[in-house]
Design a protein around this ligand. Sequence first.
Ligand SMILES: Cc1cc2nc3c(=O)[nH]c(=O)nc-3n(C[C@H](O)[C@H](O)[C@H](O)COP(=O)(O)OP(=O)(O)OC[C@H]3O[C@@H](n4cnc5c(N)ncnc54)[C@H](O)[C@@H]3O)c2cc1C
Length: 518
Amino acid sequence: MGDDEHDKIAWEVYCACRVSDTLYALNPFLTQQNFYSQQLRALALVAVLARKLAPGKRNVCIVGAGIAGRTLAAGFASLGASVRLIEARRTPFERYRNAAHRELHPNIIFWPAQHPTPATALPFLNWAQATADEVVEDIQKEWASGFANKVSLIHDQVTAVHHDAAGITMDLKNGEPIEADLAVLATGFKAERGFGTLDSPSYWSPNAVADESRAILVSGSGDGGLIDVLSPILGTRVTRAAHMLAVALSDSPLKEDVEKVEAERTSKMIAGTRDSEDPCDFYRRVQFAQETQDRLSSLAGSDEHLSSRKITLLYQSVSPYSFTAAPINKLLLAYFSNGPRKYVKSVKGELRNGAGRHMMASEDGDSEPVDPPSSFDRVIVRHGAEPAAADLLTRAELASLKVKAVEHSAAADVKDYDKTIFRWTKDGMRKSGVRLEVMTRAIHRTLNHVASAYDLIILNSIIVDECFTNGRPIKIQLGADDRKKAEQLRLFPLRMGPTTVRIGSVNIHRNRPLDDEA
Ligand SMILES: Cc1cc2nc3c(=O)[nH]c(=O)nc-3n(C[C@H](O)[C@H](O)[C@H](O)COP(=O)(O)OP(=O)(O)OC[C@H]3O[C@@H](n4cnc5c(N)ncnc54)[C@H](O)[C@@H]3O)c2cc1C
């Protein structure tokens, strides 16, 4: 992929996010959204906008200090812009701080388009497969030591945005209005939609996973819903099972089958929805090799315990597989619905309010009460969330972003993003202004997370200063069994920001004390 191609993707992202010459919003309607893709889109947007910032007009304001807002702010600050970051909440990454029950993986949801890699490859703010609370703590650590002194963080809520060709004015809930030459909204999503008075915890809240409840109803066939029917079966190993399955299928004809089925599904989308007319029956019939089945079953809880439970997925979509969700999650659902271990029953229907109760109304006319303690001990509603930008943009602006997300859908396709180090980071860390010591700590944390996610013991590793500037790989040493496991799961070579980690013999004589670049 040449520079022109990189520029093309960045340009698509720019077009998808442009509200006016001075106002941009990380488009909430672009599909395939997760922590990593938000970071990649943020960097792509910075790459284009930085070229447009005229001298003397480099006063940038970012709204929202989530993963996207911080990546935008770090990107602009690295390029010498004056950056203010406005965040409504007092605690950094408040929503994810207690989410020790959710494991994040950079790109498993993009399989089969992308090969799964358990670490991000960004110029800064890298992270690895780990629980959400650990991921945000890592980002926060790098932020504190690498960017906090370069970006002015303001704790306040933006209540209105006024923009014209000359610049931006933002009204704040508590403080004086703020002016800027350019602003980007990275405001993410509001709280998830609930249903009536049902007590359904947020996806990120610690009591969200119905571990021990005997009868569970999960409503919604997007990724949130699929993960929540899989969580009682696989616990926090959902992501690990997904990575294992993706790697196992990568050399099998099934990978091509999934690509075809998903292409067919997207060609039959129902206008204005994330659903397709195609029921994708392939998933109901899919069968895995015995070895793959054994490995999936070994990650699940005990058969006796799970068989005694009632796990129900309620879907309104054409089928449980027709909705826009990650193919790997659909395959896991298929295995635990149709394979030898049938734990999930899918019911087509919807939640309804009836006679003062919440009911599950199935398509075949059956209806049963769902309020605990009736048919279910736990009801989990995963019906998505509204974009927070809706509070700051006009209806016309929001509608226009929706159209642009379709017109510039290439911006959502992150297939080749992982090969992309945008032009402005080509000089490596020197240009981003992150100190070598900060980067080195981030790499150690990343390696520790990968080791812990896959139960590996790293016997020895070497990180020398040259590896950042001349591309020499970091070597790590593993025991024979761990080496085999790491090779089977294709964990290495692992690209982490500007460097690569390989398994190999470590020459400890090369290890030198850190020579920090001031
Ligand atoms: C049910 C569900 C499951 C998901 N599962 C995963 C997963 O497993 N892995 C994964 O990678 N991603 C997952 N995602 C997606 C992931 O949460 C988002 O892609 C990511 O958090 C987006 O980050 P962000 O920075 O864009 O937004 P956010 O994390 O929402 O951050 C936005 C920030 O903006 C602030 N803000 C909003 N409005 C204002 C305002 N007016 N003034 C000031 N500040 C404001 C908010 O307080 C917040 O801090 C999931 C999402 C959902 C809904």
